[in-house]
Structure formats: structure tokens, C-alpha cells
Design a protein around this ligand. Sequence first.
Ligand SMILES: Nc1nc2c(ncn2[C@@H]2O[C@H](COP(=O)(O)OP(=O)(O)O)[C@@H](O)[C@H]2O)c(=O)[nH]1
Ligand SMILES: [Mg+2]
Length: 271
Amino acid sequence: LVFFWFLVYFPILFSPMISTLKSFKITGENVRELRFLLYGPVGAGKSSIINTIKSIFEEHQYINCLTASAVTGDSFTRKVSFEKYNVGNVPVTFYDVMGLEKDKLKGVHTEDIISALKGHVPNDYTFKECAPIDEDNRYYILKPTLNDQIHCLVSVIPADKISLMDEEVIQKMKDIRAAASKLGIPQVLFMTRVDQVCTMTQQDVFTLKFQNNCSNRLGVPLNCIFPVKNYSEEIKSDEKLNCMMLEAFTQIVHSANDFVKKNSNEKKRVE
Ligand SMILES: Nc1nc2c(ncn2[C@@H]2O[C@H](COP(=O)(O)OP(=O)(O)O)[C@@H](O)[C@H]2O)c(=O)[nH]1
Ligand SMILES: [Mg+2]
């Protein structure tokens, strides 16, 4: 019966969700696109999230945002640049940065991610492993506008590796979240690879355990954690997968839009 319910329910839900997003307009004036920053450990599925969302909206399998091979588990995003990805005609932009690594000198610097949140980092900037960007850098955006800022921070954690995550990486993530909180930037967490911890039909019951675990380790409220599954081996479009991702995507679009609305109103009051 439950399986039957899924079959009926999901296709019905899926189409209004996608059409609402396709016709979505930003509320804040002068903001061209909502900007999301994806961050998390290497192999968490950041690049795959972008590929999955693009595949849903552009209606073909999108594989240009290179993902790492599951075997090496190493980040393919080695050319650590601040590259942007658009999603069909939806006014959103994703930034995918190289994974956080436990070694202080490896992966993107926490300071770089915080600078990106504030809007100091230009598109396509190549992060330097030796030093974070600062005012002396000629590419540094000195006076960022609301358009340059990140409007929602998306932490990405793989469900099957939460308990194996290094304490140093967790601390880096906490530092970044604390900086985002200070800036008033909304935050959510995408818990990827849920298919690796339970079958898709058991999903609702079983992922709760992992969501709880994630919430405890990272201090993220439970209602901000979205279980998702990315396209990895599937060739054909999968309704259940699309629905989970669209639910999470809809949430970040609303959060980012609220942030933009609030901040453009505040600017108006000051002027
Ligand atoms: N089974 C499964 N594999 C996934 C999922 N998300 C990502 N992967 C795989 O996990 C590996 C790392 O993903 P990737 O997107 O490169 O991680 P990144 O380093 O955070 O960009 C790749 O082999 C992906 O195919 C998922 O939801 N389910
Ligand atoms: Mg990647």
C-alpha cells in the first residue's frame, strides 16, 4: 500500500513544484540571482547536487560539473576556483568550492569561504592554497553589494560518513556556520547519499536516525536538514529522487529570497 501511495503521490507533487520554481521571481530589487554556496568535505556530493539540480531543470543528464570517482574519494574540484553554475532559467547561481580537508593547509581556507559569503570573492577567482584572499589582492571586491553576497549557505554531508567525519573538518564547518550566522545568512544542510544507508522506500523512517546524528555532530537544527539523493548511476529520470531534491531546493530558494527581501528593505530604510 505504501509503495502504491508513493507511485501516485510523487508524480502529482513533482510537476507543480517544478513549474513554481521555473516561474520564480526574486522579491528584492536589484538582485539578479540568488547565490548559494555549497561547502563540505571532499566527496560529500557537492558537485553531484549541482549536476542533479541541473538535470532536473534542463531535462537531460548533466555531467559537466565534474564529480570525483567513488573509488578514490578524492575531490575532482582540484582546480580550486570560485566557479558559478546556473540552473536553466531559474534566477539562481551555485558556487561549488573544493572540499574542506582536515589538514589546515589543504582544501579551501575557512577565511576564503567567509570572504566569499561576504561577497569579496569574484567569479572564477582561483583560491590559493598558500594564502587566503585579502584587501591587497587585486581581484578582491572591496565594497560588495547585496548582489555579490551569498544569500544562503548550504552545508553538504554524506549520510553514510557522518560518524567517520574528522573532528577538524567538523570544527571548520562550525566556524563557517558561525560566520554566516553573524552575517544573518540563512543556512541549511543537505544530507546526501541517503541511498547508501537505507532503501528509498524506507527512507522517511530510517534517515531520521542519520538526521539526528548529523544534527548532534554539527549543531544544525533538525528542521534544516534535508535528506537528498543525487544522480550517480541512474541514467533515467527518477521521480522520488527529483522530489526529494526539489523539496530541498525549494526551501533554499525561499530562504535566500527572504534574506534578499529583508536586506534590500533595510538598505531602503537607511537611504
Ligand atoms: N550513491 C550515491 N552516490 C553519490 C551521491 N551523491 C554523490 N555520490 C557519489 O559520491 C562521489 C563524490 O561526489 P562529488 O559530487 O564528486 O563530491 P564533492 O567532492 O563534494 O564534489 C561521486 O562518486 C558521486 O557519484 C548520492 O546521493 N548517492
Ligand atoms: Mg566536487
